[in-house]
Design a binder for this molecule. Structure first.
Ligand code: DC
Length: 224
């Protein structure tokens, strides 16, 4: 950490698939006037690039080399991979199936963590959502939130996001990805010891965002 990082306002939102991270992080960034980064979209972009080049997601060297070489722009929900708009395709079945393998690759993680720090520095801070933001990417974040929700509710939300997906398939995919994300050796999904756990089951987005804003107010130093 250098002096520049200390001055940055960084909010870390971690949690499993379908816990509401993206919606909550976006709304929170809006309310705070900060930029928002979906780091999952970056792992998905690497998986997309590997599949597009006919590569093997299981190959550690090939996949991390692609992660290092590709041009990746993630802004306002639009994802450009080597100049190609991959916003829709990174949410499809093929990428969803390959992405946990790609995200378990230590070389890919090293590269993307460095890009995420760079992205945040360029914007003077941000609301970042992912699996390792509070534990690895910004361990000194101003506030760390770990979002959870019932597995059934998470699957329902994901199935709704992508209209042609079947609930049972989504539930199976989510539980497979949870197992890989929490069980992998490189930066597994785990609650940071200083994270505030927020269970979003049955809560509206507004309720979750208000709760987080309340935590931020409380974290502000008293005026002297
Ligand atoms: O949030 P998502 O479902 O779009 O994430 C896609 C995959 O990337 C998922 O398997 C977890 C992984 N991921 C990660 O390992 N670290 C992050 N910071 C973000 C996502």
């Amino acid at each position: 950490m250098n002096g520049e990082d200390v001055a940055m306002r960084v909010i870390a939102i971690d949690g499993p698939a379908g816990s509401g991270k993206s919606t909550v992080a976006k709304a929170l960034a809006n309310r705070l006037g900060l930029s928002y980064l979906d780091t999952g979209a970056m792992y998905r972009a690497v998986a997309f690039a590997v599949l597009r080049r006919g590569g093997d997601p299981e190959s550690l060297d090939q996949t991390s080399a692609i992660a290092e070489q590709l041009t990746l722009e993630v802004d306002n929900g639009v994802v450009l991979v080597d100049g190609v708009d991959a916003t829709i395709e990174i949410r499809g079945q093929a990428v969803s199936q390959a992405v946990s393998t790609v995200a378990a690759n230590p070389g890919v993680r090293r590269e993307l963590v460095s890009r995420q720090r760079e992205w945040t520095r360029e914007r003077g801070g941000g609301v970042l959502e992912g699996r390792d933001i509070g534990t690895v990417v910004f361990p000194n974040a101003e506030l760390k939130i770990y979002l959870t929700a019932d597995p059934a509710e998470r699957a329902r939300r994901r199935a709704k996001e992508v209209t042609d997906l079947d609930y049972e398939e989504v539930a199976a995919d989510i539980s497979r990805r949870d197992a890989v994300d929490t069980g992998r050796e490189a930066d597994p999904l785990v609650e940071a010891t200083d994270a505030v756990v927020v269970d979003t089951t049955g809560l509206t987005i507004e309720a979750v965002v208000d709760r987080i804003l309340g935590l931020l107010d409380r974290a502000q130093p008293e005026p002297s």
